[in-house]
Design a protein around this ligand. Sequence first.
Ligand SMILES: [Zn+2]
Length: 193
Amino acid sequence: MSTEVAALAAMLEESGALRRGHFLLSSGLHSPAYVQCALLLESPARARRVGEELAALLAPFRPDSVLSPALGGLIVGHETAAALGVPFRFTERQGEAMELRRGFELAAGERVVVVEDVITTGRSTRETIAVAEARGARPVAVGAIIDRSGGRHGFPVPLVALTTLDLPTYPPDACPLCRAGGAAEKPGSRPGR
Ligand SMILES: [Zn+2]
């Protein structure tokens, strides 16, 4: 285990970010485990450290800027951009469509890294890559705190992550926890969760 991964495992533990139960992920899949990165990043000191570690992994791609999908990518993307010393911008959903709004611009050929908290299906990240390409920028890599995609993200650029978690996910109609009679909880939807 590398020092970075050991440090992240310790931070996940101390922050209580790794939760067990029966969850409905934003991807629509169900899972017995969920990483609440908001808890990991609740401490600005931890968030800064996570950003520094991701920046070290992304620096070899020589990024000109960081682009993150809101909401999940905002804090980690900003901390990573701060550590890299490059601008930070974000995309956001307008209805179903992922868009670059608020007057943000990307230059033609600009080397963009897309930074997310957790990669599960990778949908928001793929859409953010597409937004950057449509603006003439050049996505060069994806960075994430946690890769739980099982390698099925389908990105056209390399993915670097601080750690890989092999947590099971199920389509709702094939979820053993549902079959056992439990209802999936949407993380963050209950006070104190
Ligand atoms: Zn379920």
